[in-house]
Write a protein that binds this ligand. Structure first.
Ligand code: KIV
Length: 271
């Protein structure tokens, strides 16, 4: 367990306090009970049930096909596991864009049915009304700016965002709009480090970076990436803290050999 592991249940207040006191915020994704127990017991502050599950768990090429039912199902398993971390449910494509009413209804489902402690959605000024409605209904909301994977086709691919003055200025404004609409934090994905630093300093709420440099108030990674389980592709911003793909292949290979050679089960595994 990390040195942060013994603090009480994490809330939006603890997250805000960390920013105020200059303590960095740790966030990881999780999509199932067993992984979420390990992530929670290790002492991570926020667990995101990301719609990245579309790619790393469900095997799609993007996050676009992920449904509310997929998200509710996986968020339930993570909520059962998390004793300390704040659990954030990621609102999937088209669950909040159609109308403010639908956005509120779906955000409410994450809280009522899935046991989440908050929700995340992508976008800036275009989702401000939905953000205001959700947060004024008592639901903590995390924004997401920069590379917003649900807009991958409009963005022309998974690219760094905010590289020129015009788009950088727009992102700074969008961050301010989300803060004013009531968001308690904002993910900055694939944003040049100096711009992410400027946004982080300009807000009172914390930023959580992924490919956005060290000046963000916290960091997030996809757990399957950082553990080395997801092999299909590895973005530049991923640091692999383990190579579980190698361990898993070796363990399964050994199991197969032992079954073939009648070495498993041994007497200690038999009745
Ligand atoms: O879906 C996800 O995992 C995310 C993180 C990469 C922030 O949105």
């Amino acid at each position: 367990m990390s040195k942060q592991g013994k603090i009480n249940k994490i809330t939006t207040f603890s997250i805000q306090k960390m920013k105020t006191e200059g303590e960095k915020i740790s966030m990881l994704t999780a999509y199932d009970y067993s992984t979420a127990v390990l992530v929670d017991e290790a002492g991570v502050d926020l667990i995101l049930v990301g719609d990245s599950l579309g790619m790393v768990i469900l095997g799609y090429d993007s996050t676009l096909p992920v449904t509310m039912e997929d998200m509710i199902h996986h968020t339930k398993t993570v909520s059962r596991a998390a004793k300390r971390a704040m659990v954030i449910g990621d609102m999937p494509f088209m669950s909040y864009q159609i109308s403010v009413e639908e956005a509120l209804r779906n955000a409410g489902r994450f809280m009522k049915e899935a046991g989440a402690h908050g929700v995340k959605l992508e976008g800036g000024r275009e989702v401000a009304e939905a953000v205001m409605k959700i947060t004024s209904s008592g639901i903590p909301l995390m924004g997401h700016l920069g590379l917003t994977p649900q807009s991958v086709h409009q963005l022309g691919g998974y690219k760094v965002q905010g590289k020129d003055d015009k788009t950088a200025k727009r992102m700074i404004e969008d961050a301010r709009i989300l803060e004013e609409a009531g968001a308690f934090s904002i993910v900055l994905e694939c944003v040049p480090a100096p711009l992410a630093g400027e946004i982080s300093r300009s807000l009172t709420i914390p930023t959580i970076g992924i490919g956005a440099g060290v000046e963000c108030d916290g960091q997030v990674l996809v757990v399957n990436d950082m553990l080395g389980i997801f092999e299909k592709f590895t973005p530049k911003f991923v640091k692999k803290y383990a190579k579980l793909n190698i361990d898993i292949r070796a363990a399964i290979g050994q199991y197969i050999d032992e079954v073939k050679d009648s070495k498993f089960p041994g007497e200690e595994h038999s009745f």
